[in-house]
Ligand binder design. Structure first.
Ligand code: SF4
Length: 582
C-alpha cells in the first residue's frame, strides 16, 4: 500500500506521536518512510506529501482513509509544528531518507527519549482498531432460541387447589415447604382434590407399593407439575410412580448396582477411586427420587426394600473421619447421603471443619438435591446458608476447594426463585455444579437436555455430569440406552462453551466408577450390552452395562428371557471386548 497522504496526515502523525514515533513506525514496520514535498517552518499553507510503505501490515484502509484527505494544516497544528523541537523532527522526516538511516537525527528529538515506550505505541498504532464491515453470516436469532432465559416468576402454586390460598411469602418459606411436603397418597389427594382424575391416585398408590423409594415431594415440585397432563409431566415421572407405567426389571440389575457397600471400609464411607471417598452422613433427603441409586439405604423402608441404616451418628461419623485422616491419598471427599440440605447448620459446619482440618483433604463437595426441589431454603434458612458460606470461606483461606453439587434434571425445575437462590450463592463465591440423571420421559431428547444445560448456565450452575441411568431396581421405565446418551451428547455438544457442557457418563455397575459413555471397549446395540474398563480404579476387570429391554427389538427381548441366550450374549460381548484390546 502506498497511499499519498496529505499534510493533515503528516501533521497529525507528528502531532500525535512525535517524529521519533514516525521514524520508529518505519523501523518497526521494516520499511521506508518517505516524506516528499516541502514544509516551510511555521508555514500554515504548506503542502506535504507522505508516502508510507507498509509491507503486510495490519493497517486497514478504513483507518488510513481518515487521514487521506489532503487538507492544509490548521493554524493550531501549524503553531504546534512551529515548536523548534518538532520542527527538527519534521525536517528529519522531510530529509527524504529511510527511517533507519535517519535514526541518528531522530534520536536528537526530545520525544525519542521515550524509546521503547514509543515503539510500543507504534505497534499499537499499527493495530489501530479496524472497523470491518459487519457480515451477516448468521440470521437474527429467533426468540424461541432464548426461551431458556424465561424463568417462571408467577404464583404458579395457586393452580394446585390445596395451595390456592398460599401467599408468596409463605410459599417462599423453607419451613412451610418442608412441613407441607407430600409423604402419603392421602395427602396428595387432599392437596390436588378434583384437579386430576381420581384413577390417578389409585395408580400412584399401586406404584408406591412396588417402588424401592418412599414418597416425599416438596410443594414447590408438586406445584410445577402440569396437572392437565400428569402422565407425561417430567417432574411427575421423577417423583410419583404410577403402576400403569412400570416395567419389569432387567434380569441383570441389582439393588446396590454400584457396589457402594462392598467398597465401604466403614459404614457410610465408600473408598473406590484412588484419591476420592464418598461420605454418607445421613439417609434423609428433602424429596425422594424414584431413580435414586442409593435406594438400598435412603428414605424410609418400603414394601419392597428394607433399608440399610445410615442415620446421623457421632460414632459412625468419627470412624469415617478417622479412616479419611489415616489415608494420605484421600484428597477429595464427597459429602452426600442423604442430602446435605437435611443436615443442621451446626452439623454441616462440624463436617466441614473436621475435613478441612485434615492436611490430606484438598477438595470437598456437599451434595444436595435441594436447589432443584426447594430453592427457598437457601433464601430463608439463613443459619444453613451462612454455615455453608463459612465452610467455603474457611476452605478458601486454607487454599482448599469447597463446592456445592446439585441435581437438576429438567429445565422446568429452574424458576425465578432458583435464580435468586443461585445468585445469593454466587455473591458468596460458592460454586455450584450439577449432576443430571438421564431419564426416559424426562430429559431424553436433545431439545430437553439442551434447554436444561443452557438454563443451568443462565443461573450460574455448571453442568458437570449427565449419568446414564444406573441399573437400579423398580425404575426400568426410566432407563435409556447408551446409544440414546451418545445421540443426545452429540447434539448438546456445541450448543454452549465446552466448559459448560456436561460429560455423559456410565457409572459402571459393579464399582468401576464413572466412565465416559463413549469409552466402551465394546457395545452391541442389538443386545444392548456395553463393556467398560476402569484401569485406574479396578485394573484388569470388565464392567457391563445393559440397555433397558424396552429399547431392544422384540427378537432381542425374547433372547433376554432365555438364560442360555443371556449367558451367550454376555460372554460374546466380553470376548469381543478382549479381542479389541489385544
Ligand atoms: S436426593 Fe439424591 S440421595 Fe436423595 S433420594 Fe434423590 S437421588 Fe437419592
Amino acid at each position: 500500500m502506498s497511499p499519498h497522504v496529505g499534510a493533515a496526515f503528516a501533521d497529525a502523525l507528528v502531532e500525535a506521536v512525535g517524529c521519533a514515533l514516525v521514524a520508529a513506525l518505519a523501523d518497526a514496520l521494516g520499511t521506508a518512510l518517505v516524506v516528499g514535498g516541502a514544509l516551510a517552518d511555521g508555514a500554515t499553507d504548506a503542502v506535504v506529501t507522505v508516502t508510507v510503505e507498509l509491507d503486510a501490515v495490519a493497517v486497514g484502509t478504513g483507518v488510513m482513509s481518515g487521514f487521506l484527505s489532503s487538507q492544509p494544516p490548521t493554524a493550531a497544528t501549524a503553531a504546534k509544528v512551529s515548536d523548534p523541537s518538532k520542527r527538527r523532527c519534521k525536517r528529519a522526516i522531510l530529509a527524504n531518507v529511510s527511517a533507519t538511516a535517519n535514526r541518528a537525527q531522530a534520536r536528537s528529538c526530545n520525544s525519542w527519549r521515550r524509546g521503547r515506550t514509543i515503539e510500543k505505541e507504534v505497534r499499537q498504532m499499527t493495530t489501530l482498531p479496524i472497523v470491518p464491515e459487519v457480515k451477516l453470516q448468521k440470521p437474527p436469532v429467533d426468540s424461541s432460541a432464548l426461551a431458556y432465559r424465561e424463568l417462571r416468576g408467577d404464583e404458579f402454586w395457586r393452580g394446585v387447589p390445596g395451595f390456592a390460598a398460599v401467599s408468596r411469602e409463605t410459599f417462599l418459606d423453607h419451613l412451610w415447604q418442608a412441613k407441607h411436603s407430600i409423604t402419603k397418597v392421602s395427602k396428595l389427594r387432599d392437596v390436588l382434590g378434583d384437579r386430576v382424575n381420581p384413577s390417578f391416585f389409585d395408580d400412584v398408590e399401586l406404584g408406591i407399593k412396588r417402588a424401592p423409594m418412599s414418597l416425599r415431594v416438596s410443594p414447590y415440585i408438586l406445584a410445577l407439575i402440569d396437572w392437565d397432563d400428569p402422565y407425561s409431566d417430567p417432574l411427575r415421572v421423577q417423583f410419583l410412580p404410577v403402576a400403569s407405567r412400570l416395567l419389569p426389571d432387567h434380569p441383570k440389575l441389582d439393588l446396590d448396582s454400584l457396589h457402594e457397600m462392598e467398597d465401604a471400609p466403614t459404614p457410610g464411607l465408600t473408598h473406590r477411586y484412588p484419591d476420592k471417598a464418598l461420605f454418607l452422613p445421613l439417609d434423609q433427603c428433602p424429596v425422594y427420587c424414584r431413580f435414586c441409586t442409593r435406594s438400598y439405604a435412603i428414605g424410609l423402608d418400603t414394601e419392597e426394600v428394607e433399608k440399610v441404616q445410615l442415620r446421623v451418628s457421632e460414632e459412625r461419623w468419627k470412624r469415617a473421619f478417622e479412616y479419611i485422616a489415616s489415608r494420605p491419598e484421600l484428597e477429595d471427599i464427597v459429602i452426600s447421603g442423604g442430602d446435605a440440605y437435611q443436615l443442621r447448620a451446626a452439623q454441616l459446619e462440624e463436617i466441614g471443619d473436621a475435613l478441612l482440618a485434615m492436611p490430606n483433604v484438598r477438595r470437598m463437595r456437599f451434595a444436595t438435591k435441594g436447589p432443584a426441589v426447594m430453592p427457598q431454603k437457601i433464601l430463608t434458612d439463613g443459619a444453613w446458608t451462612d454455615a455453608l458460606t463459612r465452610v467455603v470461606e474457611k476452605g478458601r483461606k486454607l487454599h482448599k476447594e469447597v463446592v456445592l453439587h446439585t441435581h437438576f434434571n429438567h429445565a422446568v425445575e429452574i424458576t425465578e426463585t432458583t435464580k435468586l437462590a443461585m445468585d445469593l450463592l454466587s455473591e458468596r463465591g460458592i460454586v455450584v455444579r450439577n449432576q443430571t440423571v438421564l431419564q426416559r420421559g424426562v430429559n431424553d431428547s436433545p431439545e430437553a437436555m439442551t434447554r436444561l444445560v443452557k438454563r443451568l448456565g443462565h443461573v450460574n450452575v455448571h453442568p458437570y455430569y449427565v449419568y446414564v441411568h444406573d441399573l437400579v431396581r423398580g425404575v426400568e421405565d426410566l432407563r435409556t440406552s447408551v446409544e440414546t446418551a451418545l445421540f443426545i451428547e452429540k447434539h448438546v455438544r456445541g450448543t454452549t462453551a465446552g466448559f459448560n457442557t456436561p460429560v455423559f457418563v456410565v457409572d459402571a455397575p459393579g464399582g468401576g466408577g464413572k466412565r465416559d459413555a463413549h469409552s466402551y471397549e465394546y457395545y452391541d446395540r442389538d443386545t444392548g450390552v456395553s463393556v467398560y474398563q476402569a484401569p485406574s480404579v479396578k485394573p484388569g476387570q470388565f464392567f457391563l452395562y445393559f440397555d433397558p429391554l424396552h429399547q431392544l427389538s422384540v427378537h432381542q427381548q425374547r433372547r433376554w428371557a432365555d438364560s442360555i441366550q443371556v449367558d451367550f450374549m454376555v460372554n460374546d460381548a466380553l470376548l469381543k471386548a478382549r479381542q479389541r484390546l489385544r
